[in-house]
Ligand binder design. Structure first.
Ligand SMILES: C[S@@+](CC[C@H](N)C(=O)[O-])C[C@H]1O[C@@H](n2cnc3c(N)ncnc32)[C@H](O)[C@@H]1O
Length: 221
């Protein structure tokens, strides 16, 4: 299988004999957990057929292509053509998910909503705001389902406020603002978040929910 994105790598490496983890960013690949059955591969933003075959695999050789919070950045017509080429027919699966903004409590979520509404997001982010409902997804429903989604899930994670800030700083909009000399997490905004975070029960940790939206389909004949 191929995995775009690093977060679910460990689980996938337990299920599949061979995992190919691709990203355009060498840094992202450096951060990933290293396991013997995962091959890491830096790829071009839009791969040529030759690069696809060399770095990923031959025609009809892959069981699952999965992409975490990244597909909205891709050149989709080219990507889908390559997914259809590389997946085993007819049962090869593509599963792509996105996650929207984290949910903590009403006051935190209100501060986040104001923070989120900034002008530094690139237009593909809209597909995440739309929970992948509007993203083009030309694949057949998998057995037992009558559509390719989006199907909603939820991921929960215990986080301290510093972990939460680290996550906000990883956002492309935060990075883009920073490059333009704008600190979105200004002292004032940090104070607002601190007030909203509230009491320090559970050692300062809170259960943070990440809504996840999955599009899943099979390649067909
Ligand atoms: C928001 S991060 C998601 C990281 C990881 N998948 C996760 O869920 O934590 C988006 C990732 O997409 C990668 N990316 C952007 N355009 C890409 C492309 N055309 N091909 C492959 N990866 C790409 C970026 O380098 C970045 O690592």
């Amino acid at each position: 299988m191929i995995l775009h994105g690093m977060s679910a790598l460990v689980v996938l490496a337990e299920i599949y004999n061979n995992v190919i983890a691709t990203d355009t960013s060498p840094k992202q690949l450096e951060f990933a957990t290293k396991l013997p059955n995962i091959r890491y591969q830096q790829t071009s933003p839009t791969m040529s057929s030759a690069e696809l075959e060399q770095k990923v695999g031959a025609e009809s050789s892959v069981d699952l292509v999965t992409i975490a919070q990244a597909m909205h950045w891709f050149d989709l017509p080219v990507f889908y053509k390559q997914v259809k080429w590389v997946l085993k027919k007819p049962h090869g699966i593509i599963a792509a998910w996105c996650y929207t903004t984290p949910e903590v409590n009403d006051s935190m979520d209100q501060v986040l909503e104001r923070f989120y509404k900034n002008s530094y997001w690139d237009s593909p982010r809209q597909m995440v705001d739309d929970k992948y409902k509007t993203i083009d997804f030309p694949f057949e429903a998998v057995d037992g389902e009558d559509s390719s989604g989006p199907f909603e899930f939820e991921n929960e994670r215990w986080m301290g406020l510093e972990d939460y800030f680290t996550y906000l700083r990883s956002w492309s909009a935060y990075q883009k603002a920073k490059e333009k000399g704008v600190e979105l997490l200004s002292e004032h905004v940090v104070e607002e978040f601190k007030r909203a975070w509230g009491e320090d029960e559970n050692g300062g940790q809170k259960l943070v929910k990440f809504p996840i939206y999955l599009r899943i389909g099979k390649v067909g004949a």
